[in-house]
Design a protein around this ligand. Structure first.
Ligand code: PFF
Length: 460
């Protein structure tokens, strides 16, 4: 089996957990989770999401890490190594390709949205939220989206921050960054939760998130929860596989994944707790605000609270750090591929991949203004097409193929060997869920994600 000599191993204990948690915790937890929970009835959605993480997310994440660690290379070479070892067709190498391509495509628009958080951080530290109401906050956000050059600047800065880290490689770049960003993230999270307690609305927020009504459960919310479990755990995109390739063979995959998933869920829940406490403490704004929740609704809350300058700045700093560690993991698979397969120096590999993703991202920038009504495919503009193609197709298809490959194609002895540090009971449950339940559940997401769009297209 072809193993790459230059492939590094995490230098310090705990680095894998920090890096994988860093990849998982991002805009998905802080921007998306609170608003989709708000839109889908709060507690019912939280429960569905927890079930999806436990029953689909964790088993597939374990499989993805196992592949990376066994293959010890970038996702494409990894899949080629493993499918050769399993005597399976070249078709399975597609898992690696899908991952690298999906990561690249998501990176191109993720840095555009992450760029907004740089802008909002700048507004927060200048105390610019004071006196905002719902209307003026909406106008502020619309003005940002309409301003191409501001969007390009922040998109460029975010991409540069991301590429810079990986130019130094995994040990010197990524490991050093996660060593300080993750503890700061945790401190900011706890400080914000502590402040939310002083608003007196933490309990209302907890009730909103945890007091559960059976009537609120819906099929649509289940699908959104399942899709989100995938995105938030960074699954099906090669990121977790690429990180798994640096994991020492003595680490227990099952236990590690459970820790990462728990941390990811905790961040989403703690963030939602304080976000809704801030919202409930501010008269005239609502919890079910949609995607504008953190860019339109929260600034109003920051502008009217006593320590708004610090709390607003701390919040947007937290979003920046979490998005940064996620974009690094989106860039790594393609960089590792160029570096290992074609011997590109890491610096050139970073410049090429980040440069190409930056260029593609310009299309997403324009999708918020000039091109917002320009249809690319099936009634969607440039950015929503990429989002649809990656989130509804590439990621779930990648996840489905991973579950089928590890559950049905890979030699059972090898999977047992890779999981020998975990208990045999955990192994048996994992294998069962991976073979039967996870593929079915993911298939349902794919059909449901694509079907409504196709029926609209056919009807036209
Ligand atoms: N998990 C990240 C989030 O929740 O924001 C997004 C993400 C990062 C997805 C890295 C995929 C990935 F490879």
């Amino acid at each position: 089996m072809k193993r790459l000599k230059q492939h590094a191993i995490w230098g310090r204990r705990g680095s894998f957990i920090l890096a994988a948690t860093g990849s998982a915790v991002g805009l998905g937890n802080i921007w998306k989770f609170p608003y989709i929970a708000g839109e889908n009835g709060g507690a019912a959605f939280v429960l569905l999401y927890l079930a999806c993480v436990a029953l689909v997310g964790i088993p597939i994440m374990m499989a993805e890490i196992m592949l990376g660690r066994r293959g010890r290379a970038n996702p494409i070479t990894t899949m080629n190594n493993i499918r050769t070892e399993a005597g399976a067709s070249w078709f399975w190498t597609l898992i690696g390709w899908l991952g690298v391509i999906a990561g690249f495509l998501i990176l191109s628009y993720y840095t555009v949205i992450a760029g907004w958080t740089l802008d909002y951080f700048a507004l927060a530290v200048q105390n610019k939220f004071v006196g905002l109401d719902g209307d003026s906050s909406n106008k502020l956000f619309d003005a940002l989206l309409a301003d191409r050059s501001r969007l390009v600047q922040s998109h460029t800065s975010f991409m540069a921050m991301t590429a810079l880290v990986l130019m130094f490689g995994v040990n010197k770049g990524l490991e050093n960054v996660i060593r300080w960003t993750m503890p700061i993230l945790l401190l900011l999270l706890l400080a914000l939760l502590g402040y939310a307690y002083t608003t007196g609305e933490l309990l209302t927020s907890a009730r909103f998130l945890f007091s559960f009504n059976v009537e609120d459960l819906s099929w649509n919310a289940t699908l959104i929860a399942l899709g989100h479990a995938f995105f938030t755990l960074s699954l099906g995109m090669g990121a977790i596989m690429a990180y798994g390739a640096y994991m020492p063979s003595t680490a227990a995959i099952g236990k590690t994944v459970i820790i990462v998933a728990l941390l990811d869920v905790l961040v989403a829940i703690i963030t939602s707790l304080f976000v809704f406490a801030f919202v409930f403490a501010t008269p005239g704004i609502q919890a079910s605000q949609g995607p504008g929740l953190i860019f339109v609704t929260l600034p109003v809350a920051f502008g009217s609270m006593p320590a708004g300058l610090f709390i607003g700045s701390a919040f947007f700093l937290m979003v920046i750090l979490s998005a940064w560690v996620s974009t690094i993991s989106l860039l790594e698979p393609a960089v590792a591929y160029l570096n290992e397969r074609f011997d590109f120096h890491r610096i050139s590999a970073c410049l090429i991949v980040a440069g190409a993703a930056w260029l593609l991202g310009l299309g997403s920038v324009l999708s918020f203004n000039e091109w917002s009504d320009q249809e690319l495919i099936w009634g969607m503009n440039f950015r929503t097409s990429i989002d649809f193609f990656t989130a509804n197709l590439l990621l779930p298809i990648g996840g489905l193929l991973i579950a089928i490959f590890v559950g049905w194609v890979m030699n059972i002895e090898i999977t047992k060997h890779e999981m020998q540090q975990d208990s045999p009971y955990l192994y048996a449950v994992w294998r069962f869920v991976l073979r039967y339940f996870a593929p079915l559940a993911v298939l349902v997401i794919i059909v449901n994600g694509v079907y409504p769009v196709l029926t609209v297209v056919v009807a036209e």
